[in-house]
Write a protein that binds this ligand. Sequence first.
Ligand code: SAH
Length: 375
Amino acid sequence: MRSAETAKPNLLGMPRGRLEDFFAARGEPAFRAVQIMKWIHRRGVIDFAAMTDLSLRLRANLRETAEVLIPECVAEQVSSDGTVKWLLRLDDKNAIETVFIPEPGRGTLCVSSQVGCALDCTFCSTARQGFNRNLRAAEIIAQLWFARQVLRSRFGSQTNVTNVVLMGMGEPLLNFDNVVDAMRLMLDDHAYGLGKRKVTLSTSGVVPALDRLKDTIDVSLAVSLHAPEDELRTQLVPLNRKYPIAELLAVCRRYIAGKERKVVVTFEYVMLDAVNDSEFHAQQLAQLLRGIPAKINLIPFNPFPGSEYRRSSPAAIDRFRTVLQTHGLVTVTRRTRGEDIDAACGQLAGRVQDRSHRQQHFVRLKARRGREAIA
Ligand code: SAH
């Protein structure tokens, strides 16, 4: 994909309204938007010349004035459990990772929203890469376009993406507009037609953006909670200093109240041995979530080179889950997938250019922790 500075707009990332404006500016009727969306997203056709229900004149005009650009896949890894990870190269030498997780009767695509991540969650490998830039809407939806094409060519209609989770690299709510545009395409019947329960945005809790999200688009919400009290959560998710738990849960309540349909917020909780996994933590968590329609997703910690945590034992995870269930909370333990190819939660790293700033920060952080350990 070429850079945004290119003279030609990339139609891949434009939701319907944007395409209608694009065609209106060319004196074309609004329904051209739907026609072109069907070509690009449903049929996977990106060559204007092949779009046979557009006039020859319009096709020629599009070739001159617009483009549909897809990032190049530079590596594919397939896990022993069938999980597939693709490394997609962007136009600026950065690369992002996208993961497809097949399960009986469904297929989940884990999509990245940023190159690297600006948050510094201490248990996540993407944090170590530092932050480079936001993905454009085209680069976000390209991950779904690409996965669909590959799966279709390999397996026909048998295997497909039925669910999308924005749980890849990055914090989606810090790239709000592009993420919303891409999600509009995911939901649009003329593009991917996924139901709102099948598109899940996961956030570490950017409170003002959550308020904006609730008024902008209707998708499922997952919140990375990871701890039942502020001191511990700040250690794990430094963003908690800015938006502490009480504010985060208040916005979750507003999110739920603002929906006409029945919604449940998923709370993600990474299971870290001897850090946040005691029965006491589970009791605290159950108290905290009282009265919120919630589902809890326990994620066994996935280690990565240099990580300082250990995964909780299966017995500890079971005990934790049982306490929550006793309090009537729907709790599931996320099955770890794609671990052998570093495709599991928190293991995505991609290739991030110009990470010097964050590397320095990380080195400083390590030095500070080291000093604290000695003191
Ligand atoms: N920034 C967003 C989305 C990306 S992470 C967010 O924080 O929600 C997707 C999920 O994987 C989050 O719940 C994240 O906390 C979790 N995760 C990150 N690193 C992990 C690791 N090493 N092991 C297990 N889960 C991890």
